[in-house]
Design a protein around this ligand. Structure first.
Ligand SMILES: NC(=O)c1ccc[n+]([C@@H]2O[C@H](COP(=O)([O-])OP(=O)(O)OC[C@H]3O[C@@H](n4cnc5c(N)ncnc54)[C@H](O)[C@@H]3O)[C@@H](O)[C@H]2O)c1
Length: 366
């Protein structure tokens, strides 16, 4: 089958994608139970890479090693290449909008890592461009592709939990070691309300639907005084349009508590479920269903989705594989640009609420 040409912009987390040039098919872990006749063939071919801060010699070495035809320090040279069909955006958050728009304007489909953007206005501009152009856009919200959260989604869709009434999720991450590896998180504007709170907000939206209003509290951590931010830790109460009440917590400037890095708890009228994720570690889904006679919760373990030195390697491959199906016309992207923007809209309302001290409506005028 014809290959799909890819340009990858940003060679940090984005370097996971280079292995697409060395694998003929997706691993069994990534493919899951494929439909009959599905060979699991990997159709993506990285044809260009760009990275602004790495020396061009380092890019030349990567290009040689992985058989990539084009490389540059300037992303504009890559996103406009005629043999590139899709651009993958893996640059610091504040640049997602600029590079995604440049790719869309060049007529390319886009895969953008989370968060879609760092402002709601920028997100809306992308949604309008995507929907008027017919190009495909996937937001790489990794937690939707972790098997324990995908399994909770299945429980919800199959009605096993009944009507969800209360939902809660957290993401806690002591960022001090991360700043050492990626200093832009200190020196460039990176608001964790978009870059970090987006994880629990996006999965809660996936399970519970659109959010009507929020009330949020935030404070500034004391461990990284040099970080330019108003808030590093967030508690957000959510009222969903369906009537579900929820809470999202995200903390980035504290000594990491002995909790799972990410946890989601859903409480429903027929059953309740909770699922844990920690980078590099096995995950677990626990549930209690009214129709099962078990006194204790059932627990399903999941292996870590590690690949190479990346805790999320398999997870990224899962959404890449999903985007391949999208580009073959088999399905629509989930989460799409619009879904990504709806999660950004919740973070935007939370930011307004932290500043005003009031309950704030989530914008849905797009
Ligand atoms: N769970 C997840 O999905 C997950 C995990 C980690 C990172 N991320 C996201 O990935 C993105 C990159 O984070 P990272 O950890 O890889 O950072 P990183 O610093 O390791 O990599 C970013 C790369 O972008 C390059 N870059 C900067 N400006 C550029 C420009 N104008 N043009 C081209 N390249 C440019 C830098 O040289 C750097 O190599 C962020 O948006 C982050 O939020 C997502």
């Amino acid at each position: 089958m014809k290959k799909i040409g890819v340009g990858v912009i940003g060679m940090g987390f984005g370097s996971i994608l280079l292995s697409l040039n060395t694998q003929k098919s997706y691993s069994q872990e990534v493919r899951g139970n494929s439909e009959p006749g599905d060979t699991g063939e990997c159709l993506f071919e990285i044809r260009g890479i760009a990275d602004a801060w790495k020396p061009v010699e380092a890019l030349a070495e990567l290009a040689e090693k992985f058989g990539v035809a084009h490389y540059s320090n300037d992303y504009k040279e890559i996103v406009t290449l005629p043999d590139i069909d899709m651009v993958a955006v893996y640059v610091p958050d504040a640049l997602h909008h600029e590079i995604s728009m440049a790719a869309l304007n060049a007529g390319k489909h886009v895969l953008c890592t989370k968060p879609l953007t760092s402002s709601l206005d920028d997100a809306i501009e992308i949604v309008k461009k995507v929907e008027s152009s017919g190009l495909k856009f996937l937001v790489g919200q990794t937690m939707r592709f972790e098997p324990q959260y995908a399994s909770i989604k299945k429980l919800c869709d199959d009605g096993d939990l009944g009507n969800i009434v209360v939902a809660s999720a957290h993401y806690v991450h002591d960022m001090r070691p991360v700043y050492l590896e990626t200093p832009w998180r200190l020196t460039m504007p990176q608001d964790f309300i978009y870059g970090g709170l987006i994880h629990p907000v996006d999965v809660l939206r996936w399970f519970c639907g659109d959010v009507e209003e929020v009330h949020a509290l935030g404070n500034k951590g004391l461990l990284t005084p040099g970080r330019k931010s108003d808030f590093d830790n967030y508690l957000v109460n959510l009222k969903f349009k369906s009537g579900i009440i929820g809470r999202a917590m995200a903390c980035f400037d504290m000594v990491e508590p002995p909790l799972p890095m990410m946890e989601v708890d859903l409480m429903g009228t027929r059953g309740s479920a909770t699922a844990e994720f920690t980078d590099f570690e096995p995950g677990v889904l626990r549930c209690k269903l009214d129709r099962l006679p078990a006194r204790y919760p059932s627990a399903i373990p999941f292996p870590p989705q590690t690949s190479g030195d990346r805790g999320l390697g398999n997870t990224v491959m899962k959404y890449i594989r999903h985007f391949q199906d999208v580009l073959l016309g088999k399905c629509e992207p989930v989460p799409s640009a619009r879904e990504g923007a709806k999660s950004i809209a919740v973070c935007d309302a939370a930011m307004r609420s932290m500043k005003s001290g009031k309950v704030e409506k989530v914008r849905d005028d797009f």
